[in-house]
Design a protein around this ligand. Structure first.
Ligand code: ASP
Length: 328
């Protein structure tokens, strides 16, 4: 590892993202926000800030944009509420923080970081997490702040088809199962997962990961996905890599995906590229687990594998090269 090297990668969710389903205008809008997110994280790293701060800053931009399923613009639950999950992990300290099913915290990723830094716990939920966030100075807003007409329309469609929907749909319907409690498979013509995430390496050689989401449209019974579960949707360890996932959460939970990538490196000696590719393109794919992940190691190597048609993603590597992409 070369001290002084830094890099960052972000994602805005994976899914059946086809050019045909997206207007030029919408594509440009997504690319602009992804670029803004990347650059805000990168600027922090360049100035000598921590990977954790870079991850947080990059995610805040995506949470504040109504285009992604995190913070403002999150999807609706069956009861027409917005319940968000988020997590962060510091790879050097192996410290982590997360919040689940929160409804009033403007930037759930900031609350996740506060749980890590200002509490002795890892995961706080619902009104308890909100009370904690308020206590430590996170901005609290009314639940209406997160609502968008686009997401409300998605919920209407999901309800009319009695489906639980994995994130936003551009043209078709991202459906999972034929009833709202069956999230096994069903007719999945247009699955998209708009969760957002970031991973970064800072000049001190520390890596960090963060993920934030509104979960699934029409979700019920306070369903919580992989995002706030350390090891499933989010994980970081300086010895291996930092990982942020997006996809069908139930599969990511059952396969402890983020940790699995690090374990393959640690115990089997795989490279980051081999480990991430195995988990996403072999293991998950073979069981129908749709989605992808972004990961970075201590040398600044970045991988962004996904087994869906596309994934909103971007990176600024150790050489300073910036790239933003949507389709495969
Ligand atoms: N993984 C998220 C969840 O299951 C969804 C997503 O990635 O969009 O809650």
């Amino acid at each position: 590892m070369k001290i002084g090297t830094f890099a960052i990668a972000i994602h805005g969710g994976a899914g059946t993202l086809s050019r045909e389903n997206m207007t030029e205008e919408l594509e440009r809008a997504h690319r602009d926000v992804l670029t803004q997110s990347l650059r805000s994280g990168h600027a922090i790293l360049e100035a000598g800030g921590s990977a954790l701060s870079a991850v947080e800053a990059a995610i805040v931009v995506l949470e504040d944009s109504p285009l992604f399923n995190a913070g403002k613009g999150s999807v609706f639950t069956h009861e027409e509420r917005i319940e968000m999950d988020a997590a962060v992990m510091h790879g050097g300290l192996r410290a982590a923080g997360a919040v689940a099913a929160v409804t009033t915290i403007k930037n759930p990723i900031k609350a996740a970081r506060a749980v890590m830094e200002k509490s002795s716990h890892v995961l706080l939920a619902e009104s308890g997490a909100e009370a904690f966030a308020e206590l430590v100075g996170c901005e609290i807003v009314s639940p209406e702040y997160f609502e968008t007409e686009f997401r409300r329309e998605q919920l209407r469609r999901a309800k009319s088809q009695e489906r639980t929907v994995l994130d936003h749909d551009g043209g078709g319907m991202a459906s999972v199962g034929s009833s709202s409690i069956d999230s096994s498979s069903g007719s999945n013509q247009d699955k998209k997962f708009g969760t957002v995430g970031a991973v970064a390496l800072d000049k001190n050689g520390d890596i960090a990961a963060g993920t934030s989401t509104g979960g699934m449209t029409n979700k019920r019974f306070h369903r919580i996905g992989d995002t706030p579960l350390i090891g499933a949707g989010t994980f970081a360890d300086n010895e291996t890599c930092a990982v942020s996932c997006t996809g069908h959460g139930e599969f990511f939970i059952r396969n402890v995906v983020a940790y699995d990538v690090t374990a393959l490196m640690k115990y089997k000696g795989l490279t980051l590229t081999q480990a991430a590719d195995h988990v996403v393109n072999e293991k998950l794919r073979s069981i129908g687990g749709m989605g992808g992940l972004i990961a970075i190691d201590r040398s600044g190597t970045i991988v962004m594998p996904f087994n869906t048609a596309g994934m909103y993603r971007g990176a600024i590597g150790v050489d300073g090269t910036e790239r933003v992409a949507i389709f495969s």
